[in-house]
Design a binder for this molecule. Structure first.
Ligand SMILES: C[S@@+](CC[C@H](N)C(=O)[O-])C[C@H]1O[C@@H](n2cnc3c(N)ncnc32)[C@H](O)[C@@H]1O
Length: 190
């Protein structure tokens, strides 16, 4: 049985993220990943969650509220490339995991989508703030305009990282459908 890339990303993050940890959802959207991270970090952990759009913050705030998880999440309406402006000083270097779900918010304005330049800026910043062991997961959707280009840029960036410091794995489901999504995992093993 094949498991979805979202499930694979969640399994990988679950193997790394512990109660009390700091996590980042770089692309909040409707809040499913934020909720997932908030459950794992527990009452003493913190999740920083970013999106450009107000509707994403509203949907996520409601979802967190309904699940009793709102207290552990900082909802931030800004570009994820600005993460260092929001991180508490005592969380620098302690981000255990970060998740990206690239693309646009389903059912919303498709012109607001992740872009390679700010995605790579956020990734470089996150590497400088990541704990070790630590992990970044990205799911890249390749069926929309610009999606494959962004996925290729992320893979190119990941593959030039020091192999002594980072383990990179890339999963592309074979021929299930045209333009399948891609999963990129970066683990800090310093
Ligand atoms: C595919 S959706 C994320 C879905 C989300 N993971 C969930 O669980 O529902 C991508 C989201 O990224 C947001 N986004 C696009 N560019 C962004 C940026 N530069 N910084 C932060 N969020 C961004 C979009 O507004 C959109 O809501």
């Amino acid at each position: 049985m094949t498991i979805s890339l979202v499930k694979q990303a969640h399994n990988a993050i679950s193997s790394c993220l512990l109660a009390g940890d700091i996590a980042v959802d770089a692309t909040m959207g409707n809040g499913f990943d934020t909720c997932f991270l908030a459950k794992l970090v527990g009452e003493k952990g913190v999740v920083y969650s970013f999106d450009l759009q107000q509707p994403a913050l509203e949907a996520t705030r409601q979802r967190l509220h309904d699940n009793g998880l709102l207290q552990r999440v900082r909802l931030i309406q800004d570009n994820h490339s600005q993460i260092s402006s929001y991180l508490a000083a005592n969380h620098i270097g302690l981000i255990r995991c970060a998740m990206f779900n690239l693309g646009y918010l389903p059912g919303s304005d498709k012109t607001i989508q992740t872009e390679p330049t700010s995605t790579l800026e956020a990734l470089n910043t996150l590497l400088s703030l990541l704990a070790s062991p630590g992990m970044i997961s990205l799911i890249a959707y390749t069926g929309h305009q610009g999606g494959q280009h962004e996925a290729d840029k992320v893979k190119e960036w990941a593959q030039q990282l020091s192999k002594k410091e980072y383990r990179v794995s890339i999963e592309i489901p074979q021929a299930v459908k045209q333009s399948p999504p891609e999963l990129i995992l970066i683990e800090s093993i310093k």
